[in-house]
Design a protein around this ligand. Structure first.
Ligand SMILES: [Zn+2]
Length: 312
């Protein structure tokens, strides 16, 4: 009986065990991580981006990053340059000089259109010319304003010029100019005190009219044709001794155009000013003294000076 072979037979593959592979290394034993006590948070180094000028021109409404200064479109939530939240970003505002100056709106390009100049190159940049002229005018306004404010002579000259322009437009006279008599005739006069001395523009000479021969003396003055008198200055009395002679009290003016005006003077030596109404386009007027402030020593009413102002 042949003995049963003793040689080992190849092992039959066992289910679950790979054939021909080295045995799997031993798995490391599980390690339970030890518990950590909570510690103070270390401060995280802030990603500090240095503030820098925005990379593009700020437009009104842009959100300016508080961290780096970049301008961001209003729809953004985080800075396009540094990533900082824009929740507290400041909104770029329009400078005052941009608000008062006309400016072009941002051009909206049609689909397929390219930015840049449209049409054929003409060689003339009207936009640049307009901007240049605008800047020149701005500089002139600023410099002119400084000169106007700093130099009194320039200020006075400008004010005078502006007033004359306003007057020529509105037809009003802000500062009447002197109107001088071309003729003068008194109804009567004391020797050496003729009527012309009342209108000679000197207040140290005077016209003196005796009241015993003419109780209502008149002074008739002539002007150049078409004169307008708007203001009259009157200085009463004997120039050397105010109380020595009677002073005029009530005047009755008759203009060459037929209009009349009554004036009551105060009994004082200083110049008195009166607005004259209706003396437009006249060639003269008659000033009649209707009553006087009497004097204890003399009986000739005296007038130192009469001056007329208006448009000649
Ligand atoms: Zn930023």
């Amino acid at each position: 009986m042949p003995a049963a072979p003793t040689t080992s037979v190849p092992a039959q593959p066992q289910p679950g065990v790979p054939v021909g592979l080295p045995p799997a290394p031993a798995q490391p034993a599980g390690v339970q991580p030890s518990a950590l006590q909570p510690t103070a948070l270390r401060p995280r180094p802030a990603a500090k981006a240095a503030a820098a000028p925005p990379s593009k021109k700020l437009k009104p409404g842009d959100l300016v990053c508080g961290q780096c200064g970049e301008g961001n479109e209003p729809v953004r939530k985080f800075c396009s340059r540094c990533g900082q939240s824009l929740a507290t970003a400041t909104v770029a505002s329009t400078p005052w000089y941009r608000r008062i100056l006309p400016h072009r709106k941002a051009k909206v390009l049609a689909a397929g259109e390219r930015p840049g100049r449209r049409g054929p190159r003409s060689g003339v940049n009207f936009g640049a010319i307009v901007r240049f002229v605008r800047n020149v005018v701005l500089v002139l306004i600023v410099v002119g304003g400084i000169v106007y404010a700093a130099v009194p002579g320039v200020r006075d000259a400008v004010n005078q010029r502006v007033n004359s322009v306003i007057n020529s437009v509105t037809g009003t006279v802000a500062a009447p100019t002197p109107v001088h008599a071309t003729t003068v005739k008194a109804s009567g006069a004391s020797a050496g005190h003729g009527g012309a001395l009342a209108v000679d523009a000197f207040s140290n000479t005077y016209w003196s009219a005796p009241l015993n021969t003419e109780p209502h003396p008149t002074l008739t003055v002539g002007f150049a044709s078409g004169t307008n008198v708007t203001v009259m200055l009157f200085i009463s009395g004997d120039a050397d001794n105010y109380l020595a002679e009677p002073r005029p009290k009530e005047l009755h003016l008759v203009f060459s155009n037929g209009a009349t005006q009554n004036i009551t003077l105060a009994d004082e030596a200083k110049s008195q000013q009166f607005d004259i109404k209706g003396a437009s386009g006249i060639t003269g007027m008659t000033i009649q003294i209707m009553s006087v402030y009497p004097s204890t020593t003399g009986d000739a009413v005296s007038v130192s000076d009469i001056e007329f102002f208006g448009k000649g």
